[in-house]
Design a protein around this ligand. Structure first.
Ligand SMILES: NC(=O)C1=CN([C@@H]2O[C@H](COP(=O)(O)OP(=O)(O)OC[C@H]3O[C@@H](n4cnc5c(N)ncnc54)[C@H](O)[C@@H]3O)[C@@H](O)[C@H]2O)C=CC1
Ligand SMILES: O=C(O)CCC(=O)C(=O)O
Length: 526
């Protein structure tokens, strides 16, 4: 049975799902060295923001197949290191969207009405109404940095509260921003005009210290800034100084450069600053959502199925996966088949999306084709994560083409492999949405479902040849399950595809090619 390590607190709903397929150990608060010591025993690691998954941990995780982040940000995982090792990294892109957005909005209202400090003063026995005079958000301007899932929800609620919306997000179109009711502006203008600035961007090298002494200096003295995204996007020392010097009115922070927050100037600030201990996703609902979302993906990957929200599989989002899943299986099967027909080292793989398939994203199908192609060489070491890298390292050139005019089947996929031993091609389609059929081998039309063990021959279409091959296989006790011949012209060249019950015993392929009229023979195991 597989083993899963859960190294941060995760809702029981997730543990229950993992337990269906694995032994689950929950060990929270581990130091890095302790994690390195035990990670080698586990097939999967499930974390929240408390575990930093470094390259060292990934190197020590020799059995690891998947790292599941029960949340959005994967900045605490060395994703490139995981990708190099073929480890899938998944997250829960939407499970805590509402929780994080509501926390940011709660921070904005708390800041404008001094709720935390007013509450603390009443609890101390005071009744001070003058100190806590606040400001309304109605008709004020909110500047949203990052108009993704969380930023968009913040926008919708802020709009309903009567706020004017500005947004900075270089990756969002004006049309999308308009739909949300936001005016897209550059960061400078947003910093200058907003009364409340709220950050909803990932932490990347580009966003680290995006908000610094220089950008803070552009804010109005009455403006406040909220960070419920990631610590380190704001330069904390510069922020504390700006508040102390009265250059801005305040800040609310849920996330910090170093967590838990240690000694910091931020802690000495008064009611102008509100600090929470990374609570953005801490609602009962969000924790159930993310635990289920990520546990289901870990379960699927441990069962050999693809994950719906892998962050290190190019182009494979949940919607794409849903639509392309059966075609990915087709691509993988064809890749495996053409790789075996090609035999030697493959130098070029041409992936052609045909018919209706031509309008789809090609990247996931290319990755699946490469996974199949490399299967003979790498077995389970190749997966959707590292197939591209492995192909590149082997110098395999990938050419993607499309031909929407091919109409034999609704959608079909053609792979052509050129290598040291020549060129071979296979085409396949789905019948009844899921059933894979080979529709062409080396340019000869056929229509057979692939089976585990197959023999293909290239032969002359002439009387008696099928009988001779059948007798030969029979004499070696090889049972033929099905057989089909594909030809272009009568008595010309033809391809025969045979499904056999067991692997072809050693030495028989050479015997087959001795049959008069048979030029080439190949055996494959899929
Ligand atoms: N405090 C907490 O507990 C939580 C924090 N988060 C944080 O919130 C962040 C945002 O989450 P989502 O909205 O779900 O992500 P998302 O991916 O839907 O949206 C992020 C947006 O940021 C934009 N962006 C990227 N780089 C940018 C840049 N340099 N300047 C401006 N915009 C940029 C993207 O175009 C995208 O629209 C996450 O990356 C995570 O770090 C998420 C959940 C909970
Ligand atoms: O796991 C958590 O509580 C933090 C959530 C978070 O920061 C995220 O989802 O990016």
């Amino acid at each position: 049975m597989s083993k899963v390590l859960v190294s941060d607190p995760i809702d029981q709903a997730g543990i229950d799902i993992l337990s269906q397929v694995a032994t689950v150990d929950v060990k929270t608060g581990l130091k890095s060295a302790e994690l390195i010591e035990i990670i080698g025993d586990y097939d999967a690691l499930m974390i929240r923001s408390g575990t930093r998954v470094t390259e060292e941990i990934i190197e020590a995780g020799t059995q690891l197949k998947i790292i599941g982040r029960a949340g959005v940000g994967v900045d605490n995982v060395d994703v490139p290191a995981a990708t190099r090792k073929g480890i899938v990294v998944v997250n829960s892109p939407e499970g805590n969207t509402i929780a994080a957005a509501e926390h940011a909005l709660a921070m904005m209202l708390s800041l404008s009405r001094h709720i935390p400090d007013a509450n603390a003063s009443v609890k101390r026995g005071e009744w001070d109404r003058k100190t806590f005079v606040g400001a309304e958000v109605y008709k004020k301007t909110i500047g949203i940095v990052g108009l993704g899932k969380i930023g968009s929800h913040v926008a919708a609620v802020a709009k309903a509260m009567g706020m004017k919306l500005l947004a900075y997000d270089p990756f969002i179109s004006n049309e999308r921003a308009e739909q949300i009711g936001c005016q897209l502006v550059d960061l400078d203008l947003l910093m200058q005009q907003a009364d409340y600035i709220t950050l909803h961007i990932p932490k990347t090298p580009e966003t680290t210290h995006l908000i610094n002494a220089k950008t803070l200096a552009k804010m109005k003295p009455t403006a406040r800034i909220i960070n419920c995204a990631r610590g380190g996007i704001i330069d904390e020392a510069a922020l504390a100084a700006a508040i102390k010097e009265g250059k801005i009115a305040g800040a609310a922070l849920d996330v910090f450069e170093s967590e838990p927050l240690g000694e910091s100037d931020l802690r000495s600030l008064g009611k102008e600053a509100i600090l929470t201990p990374h609570l953005g996703a801490s609602t009962t609902e969000a924790q159930v959502n993310v635990a289920i979302d990520v546990a289901e993906q870990i379960r699927d990957v441990l069962l050999g199925l693809p994950a719906r929200s892998a962050v290190n599989i190019p182009g494979l989002g949940p919607d794409v996966l849903e639509e392309l899943k059966p075609y990915m299986q087709l691509a993988e099967t064809l890749g495996n088949l053409v790789g075996q027909l090609a035999g030697g080292r493959v130098e070029t793989l041409t992936v052609r999306l045909q018919g209706e398939l031509a309008t789809n994203k090609s990247q996931p199908l290319v990755v699946a084709s490469l996974k199949g192609l490399l299967h003979q060489a790498l077995r389970e070491r190749v997966n959707y994560v590292n197939a591209n890298i492995e192909a590149k390292e082997r110098g395999i050139r990938v050419i993607e083409t499309r031909d929407a005019s091919v109409r034999d089947y609704a959608g079909s996929l053609r792979l052509e492999a050129t290598g040291t031993l020549g060129t071979h091609s296979v085409t396949g389609a789905l019948l009844g949405e899921k059933e894979i059929h080979l529709t062409d081998v080396d340019g000869f039309p056929i229509n057979v479902p692939p089976s585990k063990h197959m023999v293909f021959t290239l032969h002359r279409d002439m009387p008696g040849i099928i009988g001779k091959l059948g007798s030969l296989l029979g004499s070696f006790n090889v049972n033929i399950a099905s057989m089909q011949v594909g030809r272009k012209i009568v008595r010309g060249d033809a391809v025969m595809a045979l499904s056999i019950d067991d692997p072809l015993p050693d030495g028989i392929l050479a015997e087959i090619t001795k049959v008069q009229g048979i030029r080439d023979a190949y055996t494959v195991t899929l």
